[in-house]
Ligand binder design. Structure first.
Ligand code: ATP
Ligand code: MG
Length: 396
C-alpha cells in the first residue's frame, strides 16, 4: 500500500472471526486473501495488503472498477464488511481539507442532506479526543457547505467515518458481508442438491463455515424435465458466488428409480429412494475426497424427515450426514434463501424426482427393519455401480 498526502481510493475489508483463530490465523487469512484474489481475477489487476484486522484492496490500473471489485468481494465468507475508503497521510489540517473534499464529492449538487461525523482512533498522534476530532471535522464541513448540509446526530442521511491509524482514512459506506470462515478451511462436503428451497440454503450454511462444496443431483429424465436440471445448475451457480467454483455431479437416476418403484411397497418408496441416493452420494463423496454428506432436511417437515425416517436413511451410510437446517423453521430458511438469492429460482415450478415418484401415503415412521424388508431381492450393489457409471460432471 502506497500512501502519501494525496488520498488513495481503496476497498477496506473488515475481517472478524478469523482474527480469533490464534495460531491458525495465518492459514485462515491466507485462504481468505486467495479466495478474494480469485474473485478479482476477471476484474483487472489489484494489490491486496493486510494490516491488523483489515485487508486493503487497491487497483493497479486507473481503469479498474473499484465498485465492481467491492461487489465481488462482499459475498466471500470471512468478510465482515467492506467500504470504499480514502487513505492518506498528513497533518490534522490535511485531514480537515480532505474531509471537505470527500463530502463535496459525496453530495455533489444535492442539498438538504443531514450528516454526522464519527471518529475512531487507533493512533493518538493528534492531541484531540475522538469527539473533538468529529466536532472539528463536522464544523469544517458545515463551513464549506452551509446551504447544502445540516448536522443530525441521531438520524443522519449519511455518516462520515474518520479513522486515525497508521494512516488517515475516510469513508461513508459500509456494506455488510456474510461473515463465517473462508471456504477451503473447513474440509470438503458433498451436498445433495435438489431444485427445492432447502438444499441450497444447507449448502450455503456449510460453506459459510469454511466448507468447500461439491454437489450431486439425482435426475430422472423424462420424469423430471431438463428444466429441472437447468434449475439445479442455476442454483449451483448462485451458490458458487459464495463458494467459488463448484463441481456438480448429475446422476442419471431413471433406471434405478423405476426399479425401486416396481419393487417396493408404495408407502416405503420415498425412504427407499432416499437410501439409494445416500449410498450413491457416499460413493461419489469417497471418490471426490469429500468427508461428509449434506442435505436440506428439517425435522418433521415431510414424511421422509421424521426422526424414524432419518434413522432409516442414515444407517445405509457410514459417512457423517450434516443437516444444517434440522432445527430450523421454514420461514427462517426462506429468509436466508431470499437473502442469498436462491429463492426465486427454487420456486420455479419444475418437479424434482421425488414429487413425481411420491407415494400418496408414505409411512411416516418407517423402521430400519421395514426399509430392509422392502429392499429384499434388490441387487443394491450392482444398481449403485451402474448408476455410478452414468454421471455427468459439470463445473459451474
Ligand atoms: P429441498 O427444498 O432441498 O428440495 P425438500 O424440503 O423438498 O428439500 P425433500 O424433497 O424431502 O425435501 O428432500 C430432502 C433432501 O434430500 C433435500 O434437501 C436434498 O438434500 C435431498 N434431495 C432430495 N431430492 C434430491 C435430488 N433429486 N437430488 C439431490 N438431492 C436430493
Ligand atoms: Mg425437494
Amino acid at each position: 500500500m502506497t500512501v502519501d498526502n494525496k488520498p488513495n481510493q481503496m476497498i477496506m475489508v473488515r475481517i472478524g472471526e478469523i482474527t480469533l483463530k490464534g495460531l491458525n490465523r495465518n492459514k485462515f487469512e491466507r485462504r481468505l486473501i486467495s479466495n478474494m484474489r480469485r474473485r478479482l481475477e476477471r476484474l483487472g489487476q489489484f494489490t491486496i495488503t493486510k494490516a491488523q484486522s483489515r485487508i486493503y484492496i487497491e487497483a493497479m490500473e486507473r481503469s479498474a472498477d473499484l465498485e465492481a471489485a467491492m461487489q465481488a468481494i462482499q459475498p466471500v465468507f470471512g468478510v465482515v464488511s467492506v467500504s470504499p475508503v480514502w487513505i492518506f497521510d498528513g497533518s490534522f489540517d490535511d485531514l480537515l481539507k480532505q474531509a471537505v473534499i470527500y463530502v463535496g464529492e459525496l453530495i455533489q449538487d444535492q442539498t438538504g442532506k443531514s450528516f454526522k461525523v464519527e471518529t475512531r482512533r487507533g493512533d493518538k498522534r493528534f492531541s484531540l479526543t475522538s469527539m473533538e476530532i468529529s466536532s472539528e471535522v463536522g464544523h469544517q464541513i458545515m463551513e464549506a457547505y452551509p446551504d447544502q448540509l445540516r448536522v443530525d446526530l441521531h438520524h443522519p442521511d449519511f455518516t462520515l467515518y474518520v479513522e486515525i491509524r497508521e494512516q488517515l482514512c475516510l469513508y461513508s459506506r459500509v456494506l455488510p458481508g456474510h461473515r463465517g470462515l473462508p471456504v477451503g478451511t473447513g474440509g470438503r462436503g458433498m451436498l445433495l442438491l435438489s431444485g427445492g428451497i432447502d438444499s441450497p440454503v444447507a449448502g450455503y450454511l456449510m460453506a459459510s463455515r469454511g466448507m468447500e462444496l461439491e454437489a450431486v443431483y439425482f435426475h430422472a429424465f423424462p420424469y423430471t424435465s431438463d428444466q429441472a436440471r437447468e434449475k439445479v445448475l442455476k442454483l449451483a451457480e448462485i451458490l458458487s458466488d459464495y463458494t467459488g467454483r463448484m463441481t456438480v455431479h448429475v446422476v442419471d437416476f431413471t433406471d434405478a428409480q423405476l426399479a425401486l418403484r416396481d419393487h417396493c411397497d408404495q408407502d416405503m418408496l420415498t425412504v427407499i429412494t432416499r437410501r439409494m441416493m445416500m449410498r450413491i452420494a457416499e460413493q461419489l463423496a469417497y471418490k471426490r475426497r469429500c468427508k461428509v454428506l449434506i442435505t436440506g432436511d428439517s425435522l418433521g417437515q415431510v414424511a421422509s424427515q421424521t426422526l424414524a425416517a432419518i434413522c432409516a436413511i442414515d444407517c445405509v451410510v457410514t459417512m457423517p450426514v450434516f443437516r444444517p437446517l434440522i432445527g430450523m423453521n421454514k420461514n427462517e430458511t426462506v429468509r436466508i434463501a431470499r437473502e442469498i438469492g436462491t429463492f426465486e429460482t427454487s420456486i420455479e415450478p419444475y418437479e424434482d424426482c421425488c414429487t413425481v415418484f411420491v407415494a400418496k401415503h408414505p409411512k411416516t415412521h418407517p423402521s430400519i427393519d421395514d426399509a430392509e424388508a422392502s429392499e429384499t431381492g434388490l441387487e443394491i450393489d450392482s444398481m449403485i455401480q451402474s448408476v455410478l457409471e452414468k454421471i455427468e460432471v459439470i463445473e459451474v
